[in-house]
Design a binder for this molecule. Structure first.
Ligand SMILES: *Cc1c(COP(=O)(O)O)cnc(C)c1O
Length: 424
């Protein structure tokens, strides 16, 4: 469910024509729908009504301050994976008491920052991290509330590159070592054990692997309680899939919530959720302009002004994004099959192969749908292209929430050593 629809012959985001935004801001640019973000946050909150739950939005899906502030206003917390994301969440108004810190590579400086801020929970991913966190906590003089992220050895996720819960993945503590590590945590100064954490992957289209993982986690949590650990929280991570194209039917949040209620029933756990894609994915589009059509012997290339540096999901995961023209094609509009490619000097800079679209002319504008998560956050300035701007729509109004940098800003951090300028 999202708020991108044709109205009066033009694709709109809520009450704003995307042609208007493209004309004003230029392309490529991302456009997000406030109403869709809010709706998704509320649908999840509704689904979990009656359960004790913290919705810790996964900042890495889309960390723009205005997006975070929109979700903060809905009561969302944050799941962060770096000190930078922690500061973003705080700056956007998310209280530290609603922030959990995940990730396999936390540094001592990041730990100290999070302790000083007073975050809700560290999701600890290794023995080494646990020991360092203990040292830092003692130094800072604050106990670190921790859950160990366990690796349940369950395969899940829409692509091998986004599976995180198999035994060969780098994430989490090996299943067989979890209990010994909890015992060590109990002995370490500065460490306060509060829960168990798991996150098995992303773009998961089926509840079966999630249920299998959560059942294992609850069993472990109860066993840990039996060993005297104060396990109050189960953090189930994120990973719920979204529809990217017709026919995709990921489990609805209600079914997800019901499954979690069933698996955790009767034990008084606080449930922590870390949804990312399911909140932001269908709340954003990437606007682009067609530049050229180029005929090869066996295919037609449609060359557009967005590249893999702006939206890397197709190149990285073979991901599918629907492509819609901003001007609504009429019933008789010709159709044509294209390879849709960007301007980057890489063969993987391809958004779609043999995609049938309403025929496109140079200058026509298009939207990549479902680009709100893992879009702008993964963008780069490769090929010296300016970082792609972002726009937030709210009803009939919109604002630029990250503008396109100037050439001076893009090169402003660089410095040519004096010895080069002197010899020149
Ligand atoms: C990426 C990530 C999430 C969010 O995943 P989605 O698939 O976007 O819901 C949640 N928790 C952790 C630890 C993650 O790494």
């Amino acid at each position: 469910m999202h708020h991108f629809n044709y109205s009066g012959g033009h694709l709109h985001c809520e009450g704003v024509s995307l042609e208007t935004v493209a004309g004003d801001v230029g392309t490529p640019c991302y456009v997000y729908s406030s109403a869709t973000l809010v709706r998704h946050a509320n649908v999840i909150a509704e689904a979990f009504r009656g359960q004790s739950v913290l919705i810790a939005y996964s900042v890495k899906a889309n960390g723009n301050l205005a997006v975070l502030a929109t979700l903060a206003a809905q009561g969302c917390g944050a799941d962060v994976v770096s000190g930078g994301e922690l500061m973003r969440a705080r700056k956007a108004g998310i209280p530290a008491s609603k922030i959990v810190f995940s990730g396999v590579g936390k540094t001592a400086a990041e730990m100290a920052l999070a302790l000083e801020q007073g975050i809700h929970q560290f999701n600890v991913e290794s023995a080494g991290e646990l020991r360092l966190l203990s040292e830092v906590a003692v130094k800072v003089g604050r106990d670190a509330p921790i859950a160990l992220r366990v690796n349940p050895d369950v395969a899940a996720g829409g692509h091998p590159n986004i599976s995180t819960g198999k035994s060969g993945d780098k994430f989490g503590v090996p299943w067989g070592e979890a209990e010994a590590l909890y015992a060590e945590a109990a002995r370490l100064p500065g460490i306060r054990t509060v829960g168990v954490d798991v996150h098995i992957g992303s773009q998961i289209g089926d509840l079966t692997p999630m249920r299998a993982a959560f059942e294992k986690v609850v069993t472990l949590a109860l066993r840990l309680r039996g060993q005297g650990h104060d396990i109050r929280r189960i953090d189930v991570g994120g990973g719920l899939g979204i529809p990217y194209k017709d026919g995709d039917a990921p489990p609805p949040p209600t079914a997800y919530a019901a499954m979690i209620a069933e698996v955790t029933a009767g034990h008084g756990f606080e449930v922590i959720l870390e949804p990312g894609r399911v909140i932001a994915g269908n709340a954003g589009v990437l606007l682009t302009t067609a530049l050229y059509e180029k005929q090869a012997p066996d295919r037609t290339f449609l060359i557009i002004d967005a590249g893999m540096n702006d939206l890397i999901r197709p190149a990285l995961y073979g991901a599918h994004h629907d492509i819609l023209p901003l001007a609504e094609p009429d019933a008789g509009h010709a159709r044509k099959t294209y390879d849709v490619v960007g301007p980057i000097c890489e063969s993987t800079d391809k958004f779609a192969s043999e995609r049938e679209l309403p025929e496109v002319a140079p200058g026509d504008r298009l939207a990549f749908m479902s680009a709100g998560a893992y879009g702008a956050v993964l963008s780069s300035a490769y090929n010296a292209r300016p970082l792609v701007p972002e726009v937030l729509v709210n009803g009939d109004r919109y604002d630029i929430i990250r503008r396109r940098p100037t050439f001076e800003e893009m090169t402003g951090l660089e410095h040519v050593p004096e010895w080069l300028t002197m010899e020149a």
